[in-house]
Every structure is written in C-alpha cells, then in structure tokens.
Design a protein around this ligand. Structure first.
Ligand code: PMP
Length: 362
C-alpha cells in the first residue's frame, strides 16, 4: 500500500519505441522514422563507439564508482575540479539526486509550467510539494519564479533551453535570478541541450559557481553527444553540494561502458560541431515547412521544435499510420501541440510529407 503522494504520480510517457510501431503496423523497422526523443540523428562519435566496445572487454568488473577518468576529462575540458562533479545515470539521475539530497517531506520545489516532466516526478517522489509557476510566452517567467519561493522551498529547477518548448533565456537573465534567490535554495540549471546553442546564445554558467554556491549545472551525453542509450550525465556544483549528492547516489550508478564512451566523446569536438550544424540546417528545413503549412511553432534553441496542429492526438495518430513517430505533449498541458526532433535531411523530409498528408494538404 503505497503512500498517497506516490499513487498521485502520473508516469513519464516516453516516445513510442520503433519496434512497437513496426509490430503494430506490420512495417519493417527501417521504414519507420522516429523523431520523438530528441536523439542525435548522426548516432555517436566513432571514438565514443570504439571506447564503448573496448570497455566490454572488462565487463565482469564493476565500473569505477568515482568515475575518475571521465571526471578528469570533464575537468580538462571545462576547467573544473573533480570534487565539483557528480556523475549520473543520465542527467535524469542528477536531477533525482538533487531532489533526494535537498528535498523531502515538508519542503517544496519551484519550477515552470511546461518545464521538463522529471521536475515534478523527482519532487513528488521524495514527498515534497510542487510550486508550478505559470509560463510566459511558453518560457520560464524568472521574476514570477523568484517571487514564488516560499519558506520551505529548497530547490528551483530551470531548463535552458527548455523541453518541450525549446525556449531559451540569455545567460545574464539566469545570473540575475541567482542574485535574487535565497542561498538556501539550490538552483538546478538543466542544460541538457546547451551544446546546440548558437555562438551568440552561449554563456558560461560554470563561471558563476564561485559566487553562487547554491548553483548546480546539469548536463547530459544523451543529446548532442549521441549516447542516450548508455545513460550518462553530470552535475557541476559546489563541493559541499556534490558531496551530499554523492552520499545518496548508488555506488555504481554509471556503467563502465558509459563512462568510457563519455570520456572519449568529450574529446571529439568535431563530432559535436557537426551535430550542431546538422541540427541548425534541419531546424530551418522543418520550420520553413511549418511556415508553408501555415502552422504556428515555438522558436526553439534545442534539437526539436514544438508546433500547433489543433487536435494533437488525431494528427499524431495520422503520422503514426504513416510510420512517423513524434511526441504528443498533452501530458504537459499542451494537447494542441506536437513536438518533433530534428533528424537527418531525409528523415525531416519524411516527417514533412507525412504531416502534409495528415493535415489533408497533400
Ligand atoms: N533535461 C531535459 C530538459 C531533457 O529534455 C532531458 C531528456 N528528455 C533530460 C534532462 C534527461 O535526459 P537524460 O537522462 O537522457 O540525460
């Protein structure tokens, strides 16, 4: 008999797996285009693949529970120290570790309407209260979020860019928020899509850590690095924050294969640049088509875009019948919208023609 707060949780709804649709439709998996989970259409860096395969040779051994080598690479790349890093089984794990270490009964977390679904899950899961702040133009209303902090608030989740809306805030605005939030509120800045930001959008949140020990920056290898299936992410924060998160972490939460692949992926900057470039072009391809179809979309800084179709469930069903998987976001309170991940040019073209047919515009 689970406690009421657990029974009240609505489960996370992932994108439909390719195999499931293939079985339902009697199609070959190769005929299906999945643009539903913001994955990297290029796959992963060859260096990461080689490192993952090499790590299989020692699979009978437990992984390095402290992730020495991956942390060393992260330190090298970002000019940080190992004691500032917590590794996670995907960045979802990092978000949950923050909730486990800093929330609990009698505490609350602040986050925005239309923000990433794991924030309420992580908050409710540890028996804390959610303070959901209405969005502004589908993005975070940072003034309202600062004002929403209550006496018992100990965590604030911010996604930049946000999923599923793709909305982006300039670095100065987040820095400004940090100056206003009480020091006993951990600000979890979720930068899952940060590698997709254009040069003029980029900002260095890690440089704020000295001044703001209540900041935790969360990042992932699932998106631009193309390692979603391996599950590896990291949090960077003040050593005291990281120490507490490490206490509630599973001792071997990141697999040896994931550790090795992530360390190698960090060294392949060329792959990262190529991923961002293909995303930039695919974003233009898709948004130009949305404009031609007369559809509204939310300008996105991520590797996906959310667009308005009216009846999201019906259009989603019509796309599925055409072998195209996108993401309905009714669970986010946006039943009239669908989210599509940016794919390879030919995948984007399949999506566009299926959408045209689904809307009866072919
Ligand atoms: N944060 C955001 C904003 C996301 O969109 C996602 C992936 N959907 C995650 C975190 C978690 O991704 P992962 O656990 O694969 O790192």
């Amino acid at each position: 008999n689970a406690p009421d707060h657990i029974k009240a949780i609505s489960p996370y709804q992932p994108g439909k797996p390719i195999g499931e649709l293939a079985r339902e439709m009697g199609l070959s998996e190769r005929d299906i285009v999945k643009l539903a989970s913001n994955e990297n259409p290029l796959g992963m860096s060859v260096r990461a693949r080689d490192a993952a395969l090499a790590a299989l040779a020692d699979i009978e051994r437990y992984p390095d529970g402290n992730g020495f080598e991956l942390k060393a690479q992260l330190c090298n790349r970002f000019g940080i120290r190992p004691e500032q890093i917590v590794l996670g089984n995907g960045s979802n794990d990092v978000l949950e570790l923050a909730a486990r270490a800093f929330l609990g009964a009698g505490r609350s977390a602040v986050f925005s309407e239309f923000a990433f679904a794991v924030y309420p899950l992580a908050t409710i899961g540890v028996g804390s209260r959610c303070i959901q702040v209405p969005a502004k133009d589908f993005g975070h209303d940072l003034d309202a979020m600062a004002a929403a902090v209550e006496k018992d608030t100990r965590v604030m989740f911010i996604a930049n860019p946000n999923n599923p809306t793709g909305t982006f805030m300039r670095g100065e605005r987040i820095k400004g928020l940090l100056e206003r939030v009480p020091g006993d509120v951990l600000v979890v800045l979720d930068e899952a899509y940060t590698e997709y930001l254009s040069l003029d959008q980029r900002y260095d949140s890690l440089a704020w850590l000295d001044q703001h020990p209540n900041l935790l920056v969360s990042r992932t290898f699932s998106k631009a690095y193309g390692l979603a299936g391996l599950r590896v992410g990291y949090g960077v924060g003040n050593p005291a924050v990281i120490d507490l998160m490490n206490r509630v972490r599973q001792p071997f939460n990141v697999s040896s294969v994931a550790l090795a692949a992530a360390a190698a992926a960090l060294q392949d900057e060329e792959f990262l640049a190529r991923s961002a470039e293909i995303n930039r072009r695919g974003m233009s391809q898709i948004t130009e088509a949305l404009a031609q179809l007369g559809l509204q979309w939310i300008p996105s800084a991520g590797n996906f875009v959310t667009f308005k179709v009216g009846d999201g469930a019906a259009v989603n069903a019509a796309l599925l019948r055409r072998g195209v998987i996108v993401r309905p976001i009714a669970g986010y309170g946006m039943p009239e919208w669908l989210r599509v991940s940016i794919g390879l040019p030919e995948e984007n073209a399949r999506f566009i023609s299926a959408l045209r047919e689904a809307l009866g515009q072919s």
